[in-house]
Design a protein around this ligand. Structure first.
Ligand SMILES: *Cc1c(COP(=O)(O)O)cnc(C)c1O
Length: 383
């Protein structure tokens, strides 16, 4: 599919183009939404377009997939009803009991699900994938079939060196899937760093308007595992809905503008909050003080993302107070939308939360940076 565009143009060029063959039959720049759930056979009793039944695919879904595939520089892409269903499809497509090695710092919903994959015959282990020595040790202890990394990872934005982990994992015969929800193809294209699969919660930046749940996988090559993922999606009926796919494709057109602006604002806030008397620590990979900064600077291009976290002085009580006192920053979970959100992550993750209880996660939106800073400073200085 990437070949549609010939000689790999920039992600923003890809996103802004009506990909060849994907415009509407009436030559409109934008394709209509295809609602059909079944397709008519021709005189030879074949399906002339390849489309058969709506649970497997449809032309609107494929349009969004083609766009994302080109943006990630992949061989093929699939969209799902959520990020979780996309991630779970990868594990469920292994036809032999397999061992999964995953980042110890990752999206908590998926971490929780992985902890229960024993019921499907699989095993798991977590390790700090930002530490290559730890990765080597874990790979030597037990050969996994799948290495799962999230970078930058929730909620301290630790950075994993994708190409180094891929080299180590491939040496023991494992494939590597990168949850690239936070980086998006604007800042990092994991397949170019050696990853086999890229996963997104498209609910977040790819859609960016806080109005659909969606997930995505992009493959470097269409191998047997990929075919089983496709079968699993069709069998389960977990492909993204038609209207959602159309909205997602529409949103991805502006991904570059949104992520660039959000990264710029996040960098500005991170720098300015660092010196604030009520802030103990700012976690942002763009800061030289962040443990993953050197790798991030090499691996990410065009910014360090729109997510940062702050640890406030005064513990959990103060953190909750700050979250409640902001007015521009809305207290809500999720991330990557046009509006800025603040969240006390430990409350959200509940009893087995692994993050500090004084940590506030900030998802930077598209508002004016100075307005956002003023609102936070006011909340931080409330007694
Ligand atoms: C939200 C999120 C997920 C889960 O995706 P859903 O679309 O909510 O199912 C997975 N990984 C990361 C990094 C996320 O932020």
């Amino acid at each position: 599919m990437a070949a549609l565009l010939g000689n790999a143009p920039h992600v923003r060029t890809i996103a802004a183009q009506s990909l060849k063959g994907l415009t509407s039959p009436d030559n409109g720049l934008v394709s209509p939404i295809h609602f059909a759930t079944a397709y008519v056979r021709d005189e030879s009793y074949a399906y002339p377009t390849g489309h058969v039944y709506g649970r497997s695919d449809n032309p609107t879904l494929q349009q969004a997939e083609t766009l994302l595939c080109a943006m990630e520089g992949g061989d093929d892409a699939m969209l799902f009803g959520s990020g979780m269903s996309a991630a779970m499809a990868v594990v469920m497509a292994f036809d032999q009991p397999t061992h999964v090695l995953a980042s110890s710092q990752m999206y908590y919903g998926l971490r929780r699900w992985l902890q229960a994959i024993g019921r499907f015959g699989h095993t798991f282990a977590f390790c700090d994938t930002s530490d290559l020595g730890e990765v080597e040790k874990a790979l030597a202890a037990r050969h996994p079939g799948l290495v799962w990394i999230e970078t930058p990872s929730n909620p301290a934005w630790s950075i994993t060196d994708i190409s180094a982990v891929c080299t180590l994992a491939h040496d023991v015969g494992a494939i590597v899937c990168v949850d690239s929800t936070i980086a998006t193809p604007v800042l990092t294209r994991p397949l170019a760093h050696g990853a086999d699969l890229v996963m997104h919660s498209a609910t977040k930046y790819l859609n960016g308007h806080s109005d659909i749940n969606a997930g995505a996988l992009v493959a470097a090559t269409q191998d047997a595992l990929w075919a089983r993922i496709r079968d699993w999606r069709a069998e389960q009926g977990i492909a993204l809905g038609t209207v959602e796919a159309w909205l997602l494709a529409r949103s991805m057109r502006t991904l570059h503008l949104r992520v660039s602006a959000q990264s710029q604002t996040a960098a500005l806030l991170a720098g300015r909050l660092q010196g604030h008397p009520a802030v103990a620590r700012v976690l942002y990979p763009g800061l030289p003080s962040h443990p993953g900064h050197v790798v991030a600077a090499r691996q990410m291009s065009g910014g360090f993302g729109g997510m940062l976290s702050i640890q406030v002085k005064g513990g959990q009580a103060k953190a909750l107070q700050v979250a409640r006192k902001t007015s521009l920053w809305k207290c809500a979970t999720s991330l990557g939308g046009f509006e800025s959100l603040i969240e006390h992550r430990a409350t959200m993750e509940g009893a087995d939360a692994q993050c500090a209880d004084d940590l506030l996660r900030l998802s930077v939106g598209l508002e004016d940076p100075e307005d956002l800073l003023r609102d936070l400073e006011t909340a931080l200085s409330c007694k």
